[in-house]
Design a protein around this ligand. Structure first.
Ligand code: CP
Length: 308
């Protein structure tokens, strides 16, 4: 199957069929990784550049490993170590990378829409690795791969997304994708941290997180995005943890076999207590593992598409 776009910019733009296709390709890549293969010829002769204007551990490293595992030429640029620090514009930087024959540019930026902007100005495929509060599509793919591995399917799952939904690109991408694949999504968190366009999202939302978690198959806690808060949106950290954090008592409201997810990095004791993180059904590290398979699938699909 061929994706409609040369780029992967968000779940909002993908059809259910395209999401299922990428998820299936990620399952194939996971099998390759499980067999221990860390050098495949998939991207021989291709060049992947990661361009990160915001910090990252998981996303950046997994894109780099995915590129190297598939034999691509891989390079990384951070804002502080490049000509961006000398005042070069985003479009000029992207076109410079493009002019060197890059096949895929993976970008993270604090500005919502930055990947969409550069995608219009380069020949390379562009992957959104997180743009402001907008989307983080490969995170949603790795989350869904983890749900599918644990629950067998996405359709009809009840997924509770808890915490700072308003500032979360992870939540936004998951909501779009999960709804397209037929899951029920229930949001829980402080009214001040709920998105303004919630009524357009086709989800239920509760300020009482106990109601959101009740009967859930999946409890996904979000990172409290301290760097994107305006003053006055939050109670104290202690109050946030007490009223909105996930502890064993609150988790008992979900189904007995519910899995606990978090995109990371976790603020321990705020979004989740350590006791919950230590449970076997807390699958945070499995999410990280699946990130490599998902990014292999995405790079492979987009790099091959540019040949077509
Ligand atoms: N989940 C996520 O995007 O983590 P990083 O910020 O470490 O990439």
């Amino acid at each position: 199957m061929k994706l409609a776009s040369k780029d992967l910019l968000g779940m909002k733009d993908l059809s259910a069929e395209e999401i299922r296709y990428i998820l299936y390709q990620a399952e194939i890549m996971k099998q390759i990784l499980v067999q221990g293969a860390k050098k495949t010829p998939h991207l021989q002769g291709k060049t992947v550049v990661t361009l990160f204007y915001e910090n990252s551990t998981r996303t950046r490293m997994s894109f780099e490993l995915a590129s190297k595992y598939m034999s691509a030429n891989a390079a990384n640029i951070t804002a502080s170590g490049s000509s961006v620090a000398k005042g070069e514009t985003l479009i000029d930087t992207a076109q410079t990378i493009d002019a060197m024959g890059t096949d895929v540019i993976v970008i993270r930026h604090s500005m919502s829409g930055a990947p969409h902007l550069i995608a219009k100005h380069v020949k390379a495929a562009v992957v959104n690795a997180g743009d402001g509060m907008n989307e983080h599509p490969t995170q949603a793919f790795l989350d869904m791969l983890t749900m599918k591995e644990n629950k067998g399917q996405i359709e009809d799952l009840r997924v509770a997304i808890i915490g700072d939904v308003a500032h979360s690109r992870v939540a936004r991408s998951n909501i779009h994708a999960l709804r397209k694949l037929g899951a029920d999504v229930v949001l829980g968190g402080p009214a001040t941290l709920m998105p303004k366009d919630i009524e357009l999202m086709d989800v239920k939302a509760y300020n009482n997180v106990d109601r959101a978690i009740d009967g859930a198959d999946v409890v996904m806690c979000l990172r409290l995005q301290k760097e994107r808060q305006q003053s006055g949106l939050l109670p104290s950290m202690r109050e946030y943890s007490k009223f909105f954090g996930l502890d064993e008592k609150r988790l008992a409201l979900a189904k007995p076999d519910a899995i606990v997810m978090h995109p990371g990095p976790v603020n321990r004791g705020i979004e989740l207590c350590t006791g919950v993180l230590d449970l076997d059904r807390a699958v945070v590290n499995d999410q990280v593992t699946n990130g490599v398979a998902v990014r292999m699938a995405v790079l492979n699909i987009l790099a091959k598409r540019s040949n077509a």
